[in-house]
Design a protein around this ligand. Structure first.
Ligand SMILES: Cc1cc2nc3c(=O)[nH]c(=O)nc-3n(C[C@H](O)[C@H](O)[C@H](O)COP(=O)(O)OP(=O)(O)OC[C@H]3O[C@@H](n4cnc5c(N)ncnc54)[C@H](O)[C@@H]3O)c2cc1C
Length: 466
């Protein structure tokens, strides 16, 4: 058997890094093994690659090998009574919600993109709009299989090897290649939700609404990053609640209709047209959105499809990426509850003062998770996205490093799937030396020749390169 391989270059989702590498597209475990052997023979390191939806360098391996597992896309088994599904790593969330909702099940935790692979979701231990209630993706795994650098296949579960399981979930593909995953899905009463939309005049009001709406199933707040002074931190909180099964709705989620391509084309055109006036356009759109919601007041949108309320439409990404061809810098700070208001204010204020206007800001609530490289804390996260302009990119990073320091001092953390700024020193300060040492010791045991490496590994875990 000879594997198809390609010399090419791969970009991260934020479009900030182009990485030349060799790409193997594996269809099965035998092909992964062959790719590992070839890489080893050539003295190259390897990292698994899913849908490439990480904003960062987690799935990049410059001058090394990436093994693309997106063709390993079979649902291996489905138990509609228990909601237990076993999948190959390249199966996406979209694939799962094509099957499970008809039987009344939905992924317990899901990011806002339907096209992330399940392997990628486990490897980054993703979180969703229900993170404060249901934790992270890894908390809903029953078991997984992982291929080690030695070629040995490990079967792991929270019961049979809790320490290794705790380390593998969220380990960014650095301990081995996940080849199958068994998930416990969550029972849902219906495929639609009622969405309560509440405008909030300040950050403090946003955080209060989170407290008041704890009975919701999903909560997320959008913040107007352009509003300053007394309006700083104004935004809109959306709280979604499952509708009762008795309302006659099918649990089958509404998928994207046929006109998707048309929507994407329109988004591309709008994105191109908007390029000369990104900041003023977003400023105006934000104000219109906020004042519109204020005018409506508290409003309930009934019977919204669960699918549409969970996942951003692909056309939106197309528009966003066309609008910002030089990419975006994301800063997502996870901070303890007591520090959230002060730190979030400081992040927005400091950005505005330095003329780095936050284009897109989102707040979510979280709880601590039990994994070794965990990033969620009991509290909240603020995600801020900035336009990258080459002339000011270094100044932006400098400002964000300073903000990172504040977050770390306050006991906050950062998420390896979205943060490109962490250095080894900052990462160690945020999660603690002991955590990093434990991880590196496990890597030494399970991958002694350091076969599995990525740009992220070299940036965050290898001190010598700082
Ligand atoms: C529009 C958008 C919205 C998002 N929203 C959220 C959100 O709300 N919450 C959130 O938590 N994240 C969010 N993300 C981030 C995204 O969910 C994660 O980065 C996820 O890991 C992407 O999965 P992927 O298949 O694209 O993995 P990739 O980006 O391809 O890979 C991610 C990591 O997983 C590893 N990996 C992939 N497959 C395997 C495997 N089989 N075995 C071992 N390691 C593997 C890779 O080596 C890499 O380290 C969002 C991303 C986008 C683009």
């Amino acid at each position: 058997m000879t594997l198809a391989w390609n010399q090419d270059s791969v970009a991260n989702w934020s479009m900030t890094e182009q990485s030349p590498c060799t790409i193997f597209k594996a269809q099965n475990v035998a092909e992964i093994l062959e790719a590992l052997a070839t890489a080893r023979m050539q003295g190259l390191s390897v990292i698994a690659h899913g849908a490439g939806h990480s904003y960062t360098d987690a799935a990049l391996n410059t001058n090394g090998v990436i093994i693309d597992v997106t063709d390993m896309r079979r649902i291996l088994s489905w138990d509609p009574e228990q909601g237990i599904m076993q999948v190959e790593p390249g199966v996406t969330l979209r694939d799962i919600v094509r099957v499970a909702p008809a039987d009344g099940w939905w992924p317990a935790v899901t990011p806002s993109t339907a096209d992330a692979t399940i392997g990628g979701c486990v490897a980054m231990n993703v979180n969703g709009k229900n993170a404060w209630k249901y934790g992270s993706f890894g908390e809903h795994l029953l078991s997984l299989t992982m291929l080690l650098a030695s070629g040995q296949m490990l079967a792991l579960s929270p019961m049979n090897d809790p320490e290794l399981f705790r380390a593998v979930v969220g380990s960014a593909g650095l301990l081995g290649i996940i080849t199958s995953i068994t998930l416990q899905l969550r029972r849902i009463p219906s495929g639609s939700v009622d969405v309560l939309v509440r405008p909030a005049a300040s950050l403090s009001e946003i955080l209060t609404i989170f407290q008041e709406e704890q009975s919701a199933d999903y909560i997320e707040a959008w913040v107007d990053g352009f509003a300053g002074g007394r309006s700083l931190g104004r935004g809109i909180v959306t709280c979604a609640k499952y509708r009762d099964a008795g309302d006659g709705n099918s649990v089958q989620p509404q998928m994207f209709p046929v006109s998707d391509r048309l929507k994407e084309e329109c988004a591309r055109c709008i994105g191109k047209m908007g390029r000369p006036a990104v900041k003023s356009g977003v400023r105006i759109a934000n104000s219109v959105l906020y004042w519109w919601s204020k005018w409506w007041g508290k409003k309930v949108i009934r019977q919204r499809s669960l699918f549409q309320s969970t996942y951003y439409p692909p056309a939106m990404f197309t528009g966003y990426r066309t609008l910002l061809p030089q990419g975006t810098e994301t800063f997502q700070a996870f901070v303890p509850r007591s520090q959230a208001e002060v730190l979030f204010k400081e992040i927005i204020r400091c950005s505005q003062e330095n003329h780095f206007m936050p284009l897109w800001c989102v707040i979510k609530q979280h709880r601590q998770e039990p994994f070794l490289l965990s990033y969620q804390v009991d509290g909240f996260s603020l995600e801020v996205n900035y336009q990258i302009v080459p002339q000011t990119a270094q100044r932006l990073r400098k400002m964000l490093w300073e903000l990172m320091n504040l977050v770390i001092v306050a006991g906050g953390r950062f998420y390896l799937a979205k943060d490109s700024l962490l250095t080894n020193t900052l990462y160690r300060r945020s999660v603690g030396d002991a955590t990093v040492e434990t991880f590196l010791q496990l890597k030494q045991v399970y991958d002694p020749e350091m076969l599995f490496q990525s740009n992220l590994f070299r940036r965050v875990f290898q001190a010598s390169l700082q």
